[in-house]
Design a protein around this ligand. Structure first.
Ligand SMILES: [Zn+2]
Ligand SMILES: [Zn+2]
Length: 253
C-alpha cells in the first residue's frame, strides 16, 4: 500500500537534525522490511514521507525492530505522524498472509522492490519482519537487501546486453560469489525456520544446465547432487523444478 506519512512538529528542531532523524527512521524501517526501498521525503510546511508498506499494517509499532524503536521514540517526541493511504502501488506484489508455511524460495531480479523471500504455499512475497534475522548477531535484513542489490545490478548488466561471461556466470553458477552468498543466507534461514528455503538458480538455457525427459516434460537435473529434480507448483504461475535434498530450484521449462 502506498502511503503519505506527514510529520507535524510539536517542538522546534534544526533542519539538519530533523532531516538526519527522518532519514535514519526511513532507513531503519526499510531495513526491518516495514517499508519498501523506494521512498521519498518531501518538505513543504511540514515533512512528508511517501512510502510503500508491504502490508496494510506494516507501519504498526508491534513490528518495530531495535533500530526502528530507537528512531520512532525520537520521532514521536518531536512529531505527530499522520498516515494517509494513497492506494495500491502496482509495482509491488500482494504479500503473503499464510498462518503456516511449508517452504520458502529465495529469488530476485533486476529492479525487484519486494522481499526476496516467496511463500511456496501462496506464491506471494513475505514481509521480512515476519521472518528470522538472516545471520547471527544481525538485528535487521540489511544483509539480504545488500545481496538483492548486488543480484539486481548483475541481472541488469546482463539484461542490458552486456552479456559477458562474468555476469552470466555470477547468475548461473552454483559456486559463484553471488550465489554462494545467497546459499549461505538461505541455509541459515532454513535452519531457523525449520522448513526448506530453496535457493533459486538462473538457467542459461542449455549450456551447462542439464535436463532429462520425463514423460512429455523436460525436468532439470540438480547441479549439486546430479539427481532428477521434482516438478512442483508453488501457485498458479509459479512452476518450479526443486531438489529437496539440496534445497535448489529452477524455473520449470
Ligand atoms: Zn503464503
Ligand atoms: Zn540435489
Amino acid at each position: 500500500m502506498f502511503c503519505k506519512i506527514e510529520l507535524f512538529a510539536k517542538q522546534s528542531i534544526a533542519q539538519e537534525d530533523a532531516e538526519d532523524l527522518i532519514w535514519s527512521f526511513l532507513c531503519s524501517l526499510e531495513r526491518n522490511g516495514q517499508i519498501l526501498k523506494s521512498y521519498t521525503l518531501t518538505k513543504n510546511e511540514n515533512y512528508a514521507m511517501y512510502v510503500t508498506l508491504p502490508k496494510s499494517d506494516s507501519f504498526d509499532e508491534k513490528y518495530d525492530g531495535v533500530y526502528v524503536k530507537r528512531d520512532r521514540k525520537r520521532i514521536k517526541e518531536i512529531y505527530d505522524c499522520i498516515l494517509t493511504p494513497m492506494g495500491e502501488n502496482v509495482e509491488s506484489g500482494q504479500y503473503c498472509g499464510c498462518k503456516k508455511r511449508s517452504a520458502v524460495e529465495m529469488q530476485t531480479y533486476s529492479r525487484d522492490q519486494d522481499s526476496v523471500f516467496t511463500c511456496c504455499d501462496c506464491g506471494k512475497p513475505i514481509a521480512y519482519y515476519e521472518l528470522p534475522f538472516p545471520a547471527e548477531s544481525q538485528e535487521d535484513y540489511c544483509l539480504v537487501q545488500n545481496w538483492q542489490e548486488n543480484y539486481s545490478s548483475m541481472d541488469m548488466l546482463w539484461m542490458n546486453c552486456l552479456c559477458d561471461r562474468y555476469t552470466g556466470n555470477q547468475r548461473v553458477k552454483l559456486d559463484s560469489a553471488l550465489n554462494k552468498q545467497e546459499i549461505e543466507i538461505a541455509e541459515y534461514m532454513s535452519k531457523k525456520l525449520g522448513y526448506p528455503v530453496y535457493y533459486h538458480l538462473e538457467c542459461d538455457y542449455g549450456k551447462s544446465i542439464k535436463a532429462e525427459n520425463v514423460g512429455d516434460q523436460q525436468i532439470h537435473i540438480c547441479p549439486k547432487c546430479g539427481r532428477i529434480m521434482e516438478r512442483v507448483s508453488f501457485s498458479e504461475d509459479h512452476e518450479r523444478d526443486v531438489c529437496k535434498e539440496c534445497n535448489l530450484s529452477y524455473d520449470a521449462h
